[in-house]
Ligand binder design. Structure first.
Ligand code: NAD
Length: 462
């Protein structure tokens, strides 16, 4: 395995050194190939993901993976020509006459390691930006979605040259060998638990990384906001893909007096969204029994600690993990300390907005932050008072869908951001070029230093 992996890498690497740049036509051709790959196989892709999950809503695969990916391809294809243009930069007076500009050049080979929860979007999404920036790439999708990963390997092999883009499949051993390759940049989307391993492996090669991680993203419901509206949006954000979404609201902060009413609204909302839950094909399954057991254990621990667990009526027992709202979870319980990544939603009471912000700021920096309030001053207070990767106000999830906004975390939730121009920039080397004019005085500055040097020190060193 190690030999063939290294051979593959060397093939792609050699191609990036032979053809260092990629013109706009080449980049558009690659993006078009990627688009065709998805459009022509969308049903098979959704079926593979469904099989891997043992029940993943097809409408979720379409709406949350295929559509955003096609939008990203369209956005990049449309704007690429402008993004690629050299940019003139002003030159300070003492250096004139001279010209300065930056060139956006490909980095080379981009390694992309992706998780199972949105297997298509999180493998091919970074690829869109990497290709837009003129790079070649190698992908390592998750071992927990074997049907999808094998399909992707086959489709990519048919759509691209084997020194352009290729997919490597396998388990953790392959992932470790993959992240040890001397990529020009490595993008890892995955868990907080594995991020150190990835960054350590990359550090050995001085490979720069983009880490797209998770964490506990809070949703604040303020005192003024209509509960039915907040509940509808929280149901969408939390129970889509059965809560297995990196930017799902992990827990809710609500004024103490509104906690019970909000819990009731959310439960009613879940009931309306997913009637006949156990048979409902629009409600996704938990990826493996191990992940299910982890959620059960966290609920048991909270219950033992005195928490109340509320479930929507008729959710029943069966293959689908029934949604749960948790009140009075102990502060040191798993539910309030670890990323939940499932359809379990603790609601934490607060007395005033300051207390809610303190609660957030006492914890690692989250990937997303949601705040429901129509009060402009409260919106500003939340934006100013707590940091996060991104924010949606009066809604959930949709900041990720804006191709003009960067997507990424901060602190424990990640390093670096991509999407649209920000992804193009992330996977480009911004190369500085300076060209003095023929009569540039500073060009004559050199040893033995004399009058010109003294003049330069006096005028520049003020
Ligand atoms: P994971 O970290 O277990 O696995 C992700 C990838 O890393 C897989 O391809 C796996 O093969 C590989 N991997 C595993 N061990 C490795 C090692 N030792 N060295 C190198 N690579 C290794 O994550 P997961 O369970 O698949 O995904 C869930 C996590 O991902 C959650 O924490 C979630 O918040 C996060 N996530 C983040 C984003 C984002 O965009 N920020 C998106 C989706 C998921």
């Amino acid at each position: 395995m190690a030999d063939s992996l290294l051979n593959s890498f060397e093939r792609v690497h050699a191609a990036t050194r032979r053809n260092r740049l990629a013109d706009v036509a080449t980049r558009r051709r690659r993006l078009a190939a990627l688009r065709r790959l998805v459009v022509e196989n969308r049903a098979e892709i959704a079926r593979a993901i469904d099989a891997d999950f043992g029940g993943r809503a097809q409408v979720e695969s379409e709406l949350l993976e295929i559509v955003p990916l096609l939008l990203a391809v369209r956005h990049a294809t449309r704007h690429l020509g402008r993004w690629m243009r050299d940019e003139r930069r002003p030159v300070a007076l003492p250096f004139q006459p001279a010209r300065a500009w930056v060139r956006y050049e490909p980095l080379g080979v981009i390694g992309i390691v992706s998780p199972w929860n949105y297997p298509l979007l999180l493998s091919l999404g970074p690829l869109v930006d990497a290709l837009a920036a003129g790079n070649r790439a190698m992908l390592k999708p998750s071992e927990l979605t074997p049907a999808f990963s094998e399909l992707l390997e086959r489709l990519v092999a048919a759509a691209f040259e084997d020194d352009e883009v290729l997919v490597v499949t396998g388990g953790v051993d392959v992932a470790e060998a993959f992240t040890a390759l001397p990529f020009d940049h490595l993008v890892f989307t995955g868990s907080t638990a594995v991020r150190h391993r990835v960054m350590e492996a990359a550090a050995r090669n001085l490979t720069p990384v983009t880490l797209e991680l998770g964490g506990k993203s809070p949703a604040i419901v303020a005192a003024d906001f209509p509960l039915p509206e907040a509940a509808r949006s929280i149901v969408l954000g939390k129970f889509t893909n059965a809560g297995q979404t990196c930017i799902a609201p992990d827990y809710v902060l609500a004024p103490a007096a509104r906690v019970e009413a909000l819990a009731r609204e959310i439960l009613a909302g879940v009931g309306r969204a997913y009637p006949d839950l156990q048979q409902n094909t629009q409600y996704s399954s938990i990826i493996t029994q191990r992940h299910r057991d982890r959620l059960e254990a966290a609920l048991d621990e909270a219950r033992l600690g005195g928490a109340r667990i509320l479930r929507p009526e008729g959710a029943g027992e069966g293959p689908k993990f029934p949604p749960a709202i948790v009140l009075d979870a102990p502060e040191d319980s798993l539910l309030l300390t670890e990323e939940i990544f499932g359809p379990v939603l603790p609601i934490v009471p607060y007395r005033d907005l300051n207390e809610a912000l303190d609660f957030i700021n006492a914890r690692p920096r989250p990937l997303a932050l949601y705040a429901f309030t129509n009060d402009r001053a409260a919106q500003a207070k939340v934006l100013d008072g707590a940091i996060s990767g991104g924010v949606t106000l009066n809604g959930t999830l949709l900041h990720i869908a804006q191709s003009t906004l960067p997507f990424g975390g901060i602190g424990a939730s990640g390093i670096g951001a991509y999407h649209g121009w920000h992804g193009f920039r992330r996977f480009s080397h911004v190369r500085a070029v300076y060209k003095p004019g023929r009569f540039s005085a500073l060009e004559h500055l050199g040893p033995p230093f004399g009058r010109l040097a003294r003049l330069a020190i006096r005028s520049l060193g003020r």
